[in-house]
Write a protein that binds this ligand. Sequence first.
Ligand code: C2E
Ligand code: MG
Ligand code: MG
Length: 766
Amino acid sequence: MIKSSHSDKINGERTSHLEAVNRATIQALRLVLEMGRQGVSLNRIDKPEIILQEVQDKIDRLIPWEAAAFYLMDDQDADLSMVLCTPSKAAPRIKAIFERLVEERILSLVLRRSDHYFAGGDDSEVLIHAMNTVSRCRGVFLGIPQQPRKAIHDTSLAIFSIMMQSAAQTLESYELYRIIREVNSELEDKIKRLESEMAERKRVQRSLIDSRHMLHLVMDTIPQGIFWKDTQSVYLGCNRHYACLLDLEKPENILGKSDGDLSWRKKEAARHRDVDLHVMREKKAQLALTDRIVRADGSEAWVETDVVPLKDANGAIIGVLGCTQDITERKRYQERLTHMALHDPLTGLPNRALLLERLERAIERGRRRNNYHFAVLMLDLDRFKQINDTMGHQIGDQILVRQGRRIGECLRGMDTVSRTGGDEFVVLLEELNSPREAVVIARRLFHEIKRVEVVDDTELFITASGGLLIKTKSYLSADDLLRDAEIALQSAMEKGGAGFKVFTTSMLQRFMHAASLEHDLRRGLAHNEFVLQYQPIYTLNGCVLIGFEALARWNHPVRGLISPVEFIPVAERTGIIKELGDWVLQTACLTMSEWRTRFPKARDLFMSVNLSGRQLAQPNLAATVLQVLQETGLSAASLKLEITESAIMENADLALITLRELKRLGISLAIDDFGTGYSSLSYLHRFPVDTLKIDRSFIAALDNHDGQQITQAMMALAHSLKLTVVAEGVEKDLQIDSLRGMSCQCVQGFFFSRPLDALAIHELLA
Ligand code: C2E
Ligand code: MG
Ligand code: MG
């Protein structure tokens, strides 16, 4: 029993010891667990002291200490320095121990160990624990336990070691964390810097893109083609407009190409290259170079290009820059203007300016080529003015257009038909085998022209007069060609029209003669070389003198007396007739006025004065005549004005107005040379005339039956219209007999009297 109670006692002690160990172990494990938990919030710990403080709180509960301290490795100088010491009064002791341990090199030994170590004798034991981590020693713990070493439970020591290791790891983690934080913050700085660099780069890039985009936009918006080439005249780029011009799908397609690879024609491509090289060599721009492009769709475009040297920042030539403008519209407009300037708007035929140009070219060709023959044909439509006046300008225009077309149809492709004036056409015949070929062509042409035109249901018989110039070799100017063609034309017109005349030198001589006559006429007028003769007019019945016709004569200093038949047409053509006519009217009226006062026999006589077509066309004629009457004192009733049918027909509307005005003044009007024109008496009767002078050609024809019949008919008609008839050019008895039989009232002719000068008339009247 005793045995049993002893063993019971022993058993009881063992049990309580085990329980104590177990309790301590569980507590320690809890602490470890807590520590593990704290490790999670490691990133919140800023100071290692706080970690150690917590560790110390726990190991204080595990092993009570008299004094304890942590020495941590200083990162700067790798020395150990004390960071914690509890309680504070023990600090000097710990410090002293620490220094001794360092001195005795115990610490350096301890630091290599990873478990706890007791230093010193039994009375002053110091528990040392190095806080070794994977990488190095972080620090060391020094503690003077309150209990002797033997009293400290092994488990407590084991847990202490674990805690220290854990603390060391936490410190390492902390340090890693700190390093990471530093590295992080450095990284962060770097990242920040990188980011801002990247942002800046992006901004620059964006602005580069923006300006590039803008540049493209501007280039593509400019309504001009822009291109740039390298020193070999190879394209480096162009804008959209230029690409479009050359039928390229996009501007990039031009890269590496030269003009020979594009829509340009070979010749132009070569010229462009020459221009580019020249611009680069001379370092000077070439401006306004014009080109024609034929586009893929067959359309044609005109462009104008400026090429300037392209230089780099140092001024070295690196190629050329070109600016191309589409000038198709401008070109077309110019062409239209040129066409307008060189063509007749009504017929669309070349005008005089273009004709002159072609004539000059033909002369030049004739000079260079021996066997080159050309001819000039000038045409004038007969009586066109009459058509215009009677049928209106619209119909006149239609006829001009048709005739122009018809002339063109008769010619060959190389010939030129031009309209040079009102109803005047000039044809230039080129590349003739011989000059005579022109005559054959002209004959065919005139045959074609002579046709009945139906305009507005009216049939018109159109004829033309023509002057053909075939010997053109010796000519030096277009004007000379036209002058001689016109001389031939005049000649054809004088012959009554409806045909053409080939120019001859005798025509030219006649023309020259007329020209010198014109010159002499002006001089003669200035030098009073003109005189009047007066031819008496009688009644047929009783041969009573009733008046005179004033007839102009030219007393030429060299040629003597010149007939009006010769100079009146020249005076009319040149306009001198106006002055001459005024002089005749003035002189005749003055003479008659004097005779009337001087000779009683002259009191009831009239003076007949001839008026030309040009005079009749003067709008102020009546006023002029009235003024002359007033100045000379002759009464209007004593004046008779003779106008030919053709003069009236030249401008019938105006003639009617003027004649009515003259009639209103009390002046008598006579139609001269009746029967030679193309008008009918019934038409002429619309004009306020009172006398009809039958042309002397009809009087001369009175010796034959037909002539008698015609004169008889004219006479009868005149009587029925109550017109006084004067027979002109009566030379023979026989004519007088015939005229008596026809009840002709008045006569004028050599049979009775030739035209006499004033002195001779004085004798007659005295
Ligand atoms: P006209 O008015 O018919 O004048 C009559 C012409 O017949 C005159 O010719 C006259 O000399 C001519 N003559 C008269 N009787 C006979 C005759 O029996 N036999 C022949 N063979 N001839 C006769 P002239 O003087 O040579 O005048 C010719 C034309 O010149 C005139 O024809 C007239 O149209 C024009 N003329 C003459 N003087 C003037 C004038 O002052 N002004 C204008 N505008 N024309 C004039
Ligand atoms: Mg007359
Ligand atoms: Mg007459």
